[in-house]
Design a protein around this ligand. Structure first.
Ligand code: ADP
Ligand code: MG
Length: 455
């Protein structure tokens, strides 16, 4: 019985290259449709109003805020211009208290502003601003936002674990600016971006061949540089640079080619956002552990694999987290000691046989590989849209990737890289580089604040 559950999972999660090519083609088609008009696609292809990416020549002191899914970061950078680049940087990271993720927007933004106020209060005296200039800040807010300008935008909807009703439809920069004023902070928000745009900007600062920034963390998203004249829905004059960064919001991508199983369907139905973010639910850190938990629960209820166990933990949603499955997946001890430990510690499944542990690892492998291969198909879709998928490619294309899943889950990362090479073929792979952008999106926000406040 247990073998049947696993065999069925293996079959339903299969991602042969032909399927991935179809996914990539559809991603490219959806990108085109989303650029055409506002509601042209499930992927919103939002205008970021970032039309100047950092060049390396920026100078001055700038702040960045990063509100993503799990942690919140504040940062300060001193940009030294061409030779010096980032002359100095300081940052602080704080976990977001879970109750703030579903409370009121006043509480959430109040918390952000108070953390920022503490950080500013600790400001190194050597960093004080020249002649009373106002502090400029870039705000990385990684949820779908419809922007009206570089420094304003209304929240379309929450994703990941956030759900604060009163903020939907509101301008998040106004919310932040109001909360900062209450704290007595005299800081100007020069740019509103998200983590994907920030990753793109942070990486472009060092390498002008960077074409996209992609996140695989709690959630997933991608941003890339589009030619302004390839964006039919762009109203008003074309930006001087001729370019516009597009915030794809690709987490909401859906295609009938996606290998969605019964586990994914119930996960989706019971989620905070049913029917939405299907690609994200297959590929990102918030969900991978949860999918595995659902498979293990079925295994336990339908077979004697785990023996008589208390199912309380195994039945608790999101109790098995992606870092847990990652630790099990990378277990190299001959008797899979770490798998045994994690099963016991997190799910109260004790006394497993080696055979059972191997089965658990296989389940994890199936779910993580599916995620990484679908992730690679998404990247191939962007290259296809940009016409950088020809057999003889002159351009070097660098894709900067950030996020806890990509950074810490080595097998996910490796599989993503090999799958992309498999999809592109040997020749084309030589011109495509995947780079881990470990500077983080906070830096990108500060850099965009710099490039959009100085000229
Ligand atoms: P965000 O900015 O969205 O808060 P991060 O980029 O910091 O997210 O990534 C956090 C996510 O990365 C977690 O939700 C988790 O799923 C994943 N993650 C963190 N550590 C690990 C790990 N050791 N192995 C696998 N995934 C991890
Ligand atoms: Mg982040």
């Amino acid at each position: 019985m247990a073998e049947l559950v696993v065999a069925d999972l293996r079959e339903r999660c299969a991602t042969p290259a032909s399927l991935l090519h179809d996914v990539a083609t559809e991603m490219a088609d959806e990108m085109r449709a989303g650029l055409e008009k506002g509601d042209g696609s499930r992927i919103k292809m939002l205008l970021s109003y970032v039309d100047k990416l950092p060049t390396g020549r920026e100078e001055g002191l700038f702040y960045g805020l990063d509100l993503g899914g799990t942690n919140f970061r504040v940062l300060r950078v001193k940009l030294g211009g061409n030779d010096k680049r980032i002359a100095n940087r300081e940052s602080r990271e704080v976990a977001i208290p879970p109750h703030l993720m579903s409370g009121s927007s006043t509480e959430l933004f109040g918390f952000i502003a108070s953390e920022l106020a503490k950080f500013v209060a600790d400001e190194d005296k050597g960093n004080s601003l020249a002649n009373g200039n106002k502090r400029e800040l870039g705000f990385t807010f990684s949820f779908p936002v419809r922007q009206h300008s570089i420094a304003s935008g209304t929240l379309v909807k929450w994703t990941k674990a956030f759900c604060i009703e009163d903020a939907v439809g509101e301008d998040v920069v106004d919310k932040l600016q109001t909360a900062m004023e209450k704290q007595g902070l005299d800081i100007h928000v020069a740019a509103l971006i998200n983590d994907a745009v920030g990753t793109l900007a942070g990486a472009r600062y060092y390498d002008e061949d960077v074409i996209a920034g992609v996140i695989f963390g709690t959630g997933t998203n991608a941003a890339y540089v589009e030619k302004a004249n390839a964006i039919p829905k762009l109203e008003g004059g074309l930006p001087k640079s001729g370019d516009m960064v597009i915030n794809m919001e690709w987490g909401n991508f859906y295609s009938c080619h996606l290998p969605v199983t019964e586990y994914d369907q119930t996960l989706d139905k019971e989620s905070l956002n049913p029917g939405e973010q299907i690609y994200e639910k297959l590929t990102s850190g918030m969900y991978l552990g949860e999918i595995v938990r659902r498979v293990l629960l079925k295994l336990s209820l339908q077979s004697a694999t785990f023996g008589e166990i208390d199912h309380t933990k195994l039945k608790t949603h999101f109790h098995l987290r992606t870092p847990h499955i990652s630790a099990m997946h990378h277990d190299e001890t001959p008797d899979l000691k770490i798998v045994a430990e994690k099963l016991e510690e997190t799910l109260e499944i004790a006394g497993t046989s080696l055979e059972t542990r191997k089965m658990v690892v296989e389940i994890i492998d199936i779910i993580a590989r599916r995620a990484a291969r679908l992730a690679a198909a998404g990247l191939a879709g962007i290259l296809k849209k940009l016409g950088r998928d020809g057999s003889i490619e002159k351009h070097r294309s660098v894709i900067a990737i950030d996020g806890g899943l990509f950074e810490h889950y080595a097998k996910f990362r490796k599989c993503l890289e090999t799958t992309l090479s498999e999809l592109l073929g040997e020749e084309l792979s030589k011109s495509v580089v995947i780079k881990h952008a470990d500077d983080g999106p906070g830096i990108g926000a500060a850099l965009i604040a710099a490039s959009h406040s100085q000229n």
